[in-house]
Each structure stands twice: as C-alpha cells, then as structure tokens.
Design a binder for this molecule. Sequence first.
Ligand SMILES: [Fe+2]
Length: 264
Amino acid sequence: MTTEVDRLIKILENISLGDYSNDIMAFTTGGHSKSIHRIAEAVGMMMVKIETREFGLRLMVEQLQELNEKIKANTLQTVGSIAKALGARDKYTQGHAERVASYSKRLARRLGLSKQDTHDIQVAGVLHDIGKIGFSDKVFENADTKVSDEIFAEIRQHPIRTRQILQGLDFLGPAVEYAAAHHEKIDGTGYPEGLAGDQIPLGAKILAVADCFDAITTTRSYQAARSTEKALKILKKISGNHLDPSLVETFSEEIRENGMETNT
Ligand SMILES: [Fe+2]
C-alpha cells in the first residue's frame, strides 16, 4: 500500500512540475484501492481540463499576435494617408516621407534594433514633416535659395507643430518624440529645443540622417539632385556637428550595399 501511495505521490509531484504524462492512468484501472482509483481519475480529469485550457490560451496568444501585426500594418497605412495630405500641398515633399521612412527602417535594422523600435522609427519617418501642413503658402511658394528670417522662423516651427498634431495619438508611442526632434543637431545648434548628443533620441538621430540624405539626393526648388557618392560625402562632412558620425558610417555601408530608394 505504501509503495502504491508513494508511486502516486511521485506522479502527482511530476504533474505539479508540468509533466503531464499518462502514468496516472495506470491507477484508474482495476487492482487499486477505491480511494487511489478515485484520486487518479480526478487528477486525470484535471489534467485534461488544464491541457484544454492551455491549448485555448496558446491559440488566443497566436490570434493576439496576428491582430497586433494587422493593427501595426493599419497604423502605417493610416499615418501614410495623413502624410500624403502634406504631399498634396508641397510637390517637393511628395514621396519624401516614404523614402525617409524606408531609409530610417533600413538603418534601424542594420543597427540591429528590435522589431518594435524599427517600427516606431519607420512610423516617425512617415510623419516627421506633418507639421509642415500648417505652413503658409509663402513657404511652399518660396523658390529662393536664401530664405527670409520670417520664412525661416516659420520653417523652424514645423517640428513643434508635428508634435502638437501627433501627441494625442497614444498608439504612435515614441515615434512622436522622434519626429519632433528630427532637426536637432549633435552639437546642439539644431531646433526646436537645441538638444545635443545623447539628449537627442536615437530614433530622431536616425531620421536626421535619412532626412538629410533624401533632401540632398532629390531635386528641390533650391538645388538639383546630387549623386549617391556626392551625398554620402556631404553626410560625412556634416557628421560630428550635425549628424551622428557612427550612424552616417552605418548608413553609408547600407546605401553602398543595397542602393537608394527609387519610389517617388
Ligand atoms: Fe523636417
């Protein structure tokens, strides 16, 4: 009897550790005392219920993960539509947001950032200039290479406007701050806050590299598009005071290996 109880206890201990073997079933057949038989049957039933519940939970987690991916894809589409509204006002920014988002995503991936961080940075890329939507026509129509103090003051406002437009959208997470800080410079001479070095979030520093590269390699009212190599040289030149040198280095490797974005 003692041996039988000991064996049963051992099996119960194993079950409590998560080992749902069928050993318990041996006690549900004849040849055992009625009490042992009833305990074994109750435990067997409990195991079936636990396993069914665990299966249901696993299924639910899978469904939630799938839903999460769908929400992320929808988020990108939604924010992309908002950004396109800006493209309708300013022909020079058409396609700019998507390219900055792609360059930023590529740089984030190459740096080995997590999926979530990469996603946040990509979203920030799509939305970084959304604050320009409030610009007066004067800014959009200005074709001079030298801008007046008045226009420059308005331009400097756009990251603040970007933050104001996006800050109520909780699902954007840190993307709002990345977008709001994309004109900050490593040496502290950027805007709107004049943040320097590590005060600038990594996501914003990544956006700054992508933003500069796309501005240099596309035709604007004030310049013709520069070649890839010329653009990378300019990035290197402004790294250290404007851009983060190690990010420029990694970005240059990425562009030389996998080329420029071609969507417009
Ligand atoms: Fe900008």
